[in-house]
Design a binder for this molecule. Sequence first.
Ligand code: SF4
Length: 358
Amino acid sequence: MTPTRIWTPSRVVVTRSASELPHTAEILRRCVAAGVSDIDVLSGDRLTGLRGQSERETYAIAKKTLAVVVAPPSVLRPQPIPPSADWRIDLAKGCPAHCQYCYLAGSLSGPPVTRVFANLDEVLAGIGTHAGRGSITSGTAERGHEGTTFELSCYTDPLGIEHVTGSLAEAITRVGAGEYGDGVSVRFTTKFDDVADLVALDHRRRTRVRLSVNADDIAHRFEGGTARMPARIDALRRLAQAGYRVGLTIAPIMPIPGWREQYARLLADVADAVGDVDDLDLTAEIITHRFTASSKDVLLSWYPGTKLEMDEDLRTVKRTKFGGAKYVYPRETMSEMKSWFTRELDAVLPQAHLLYWT
Ligand code: SF4
């Protein structure tokens, strides 16, 4: 089996305000245990010294740095996040992996440093204040049993940084213990496989972990710094065996040569892995590749040699409700992929409830 993928920052910076909070002590304890010796407590709250001579160098410095900061009030207010969940809760912003299509490109400003939030009590309090409110998922046939859902992975891969933060275990345990009410659940998606600590938590089935999976060629070429596909599928199996609700985030789908064969193999591997799990609760979310003008610019500055197809001429423009434009695959390609995936999921993984396709 491929070794577990664990990220350890080279450098940790702590803002002055964050340094006074109890969760920071836990983060630093984990960082020291992980062998990080370069830890700076700043005299103020502005992150500085993170820029290199070029965009590439800035990127490299940022991806090796963990910043411990205080989430501002705007982050503490849960935001609606359809179709994934009712609300978004951010444990951190930024991710140490190197996906050449990264969803965060264009949505985070400045160097892509991973900022973990030290005021964890305030961050998680949003679950309590929004329990039972403004739900897109509660009340639906597939998801009503999960109560009000809170997505933890909109702006980070929370498992990718868990080893040095501990925020995820805290969220899972508190939600499991009913600290924010009984009718709530948290969910996150990950490309990492370090689930040894998670399987031991008292989660009470109030957490759904989705493994982000893809065709081998795509994962291999474009998802640097993440766990290999067999390790992710094994993590899915271990989590399901430990009683977690689980899921697949199949994303971003790309119609590469041989896509049907590659995705068929992926689904068959997942079916083999979870076939004998008792009480399996498995969902699927399927997301096709898309980009915007600004995400393309950022990605090309981070990965100038990328072979990722981001050619506007091969795409269809889709207007967003905020007036922006994203480039998606043309209608015929979309409908061909959608019918293939729907059919194949039904045939190969009938246990999986497809939550959405986009
Ligand atoms: Fe971006 Fe997700 Fe890859 Fe992290 S794991 S680099 S957030 S796409």
